[in-house]
Ligand binder design. Sequence first.
Ligand SMILES: Cc1ncc(COP(=O)(O)O)c(C=O)c1O
Length: 424
Amino acid sequence: MAPFSPSRSFALELDSQDELASFREQFVITDPDLLYMDGNSLGRLPKVAVERARQIVESEWGDDLIRGWNKGWWDAPRRVGDKIGGLIGTAAGQVIVSDMTSVNLYKLTMAALSLQSGRKRIITDTMNFPSDLYILQGAVQSLGNRHEIVRIGSQDGELTPDLAALESAINEDTALVTLSHVLFKSGYLYDMRAITEFAHRKSALVLWDLSHSVGAVPISLDECNADLAIGCTYKYLNGGPGAPAFLYVNKALQEKLTSPIWGWWGQNRPFDFGLDYVPAPGVDRFLVGTQPMLSLLTMEAALEPTLNAGMDAIRAKSILLTDYASYLTEERLPPLGFSLGSPRDSARRGSHISIRHTDAYRINRALIEEMNVIPDFRAPDNLRLGFAPLYISFADIWDMADRIRRVILEKRHEKYPQERATVT
Ligand SMILES: Cc1ncc(COP(=O)(O)O)c(C=O)c1O
């Protein structure tokens, strides 16, 4: 960790050396005092996306009407997939944008399990995003409950995985290993290359959920020889609420895999309107039906700041931001009941950290409602703080730590009920 100092002027010094500082101006920021620490859940709105959204609605939908399909709409899942592919280390023709992350996980899980039909084990962990676990359970049920899902880890709020337990669980009966590259609570970052290699030694396929790493961490799917991946576009990629997700299928596997949902967008020649399904070549077979063009094309424009900044610069700043936030947490917050819930080693950490407190839910409420800070709460005791490098400054982090201190010192959280709102 760099030698930091606790003063606010030190944060300003870091900001003065920040090569990405000017990117903040590319986002819509209506309240400069708001400390938005939830870009790992829903990224801010890039100005370029506002302009593009207007153009898509007024000009493309308004004027082009159905002609839009031949003017870039039909090809958008592949075109935008290749742009995202550039951020996750894939050669062209392996990534498509389609549906939502959960649905893409279902499609790729079913395809992988069918290919590995002689094998019965699916390995994941208890720290995975729960929806991913539900999707796996649903897939197992669809296939007649013949598979066993092995979840590494306990249920009692642990935040980093037991790698030895993971390795010993992967055996010759393992069909699929599926993990979140960055864990949603703690920000722990798995070593993609090492785990993929290990799984391949047992001939298991690996499916990575990149939702919390894409746009925050450089990823080299091709170099790691990864098999399959999925991820969302509304977090660090700033694609907008519910923007369509993406999926990756390694070229070597594409012709061997079959989508479990046979729709006309995944058909070989959709405009022949033949009566029987023939899969499209390559990754296109994982498309199903008409994609949400307004959202997809807006998301395409929203990728621009990330593509222009480049993943190396983004990662360098992200490491400094999370190191600095971890330093301030450990320097200023332990006497107030907080502890760091994320790895200290930046090589094992994404772009968010968790700070733990027994009253984290009510502290989160007070921060949002009284202090103009937006983190989020993840049960049982995590105050989750996301640092999107394109618009978070070091002074923001200093101010955030200061406002967290004030909540506790002024007992502001104590007036809030323990009952949780629907979205936390
Ligand atoms: C790691 C991870 N996987 C999957 C999902 C589910 O994504 P969606 O609701 O877009 O299907 C999320 C949502 O936040 C997530 O964080």
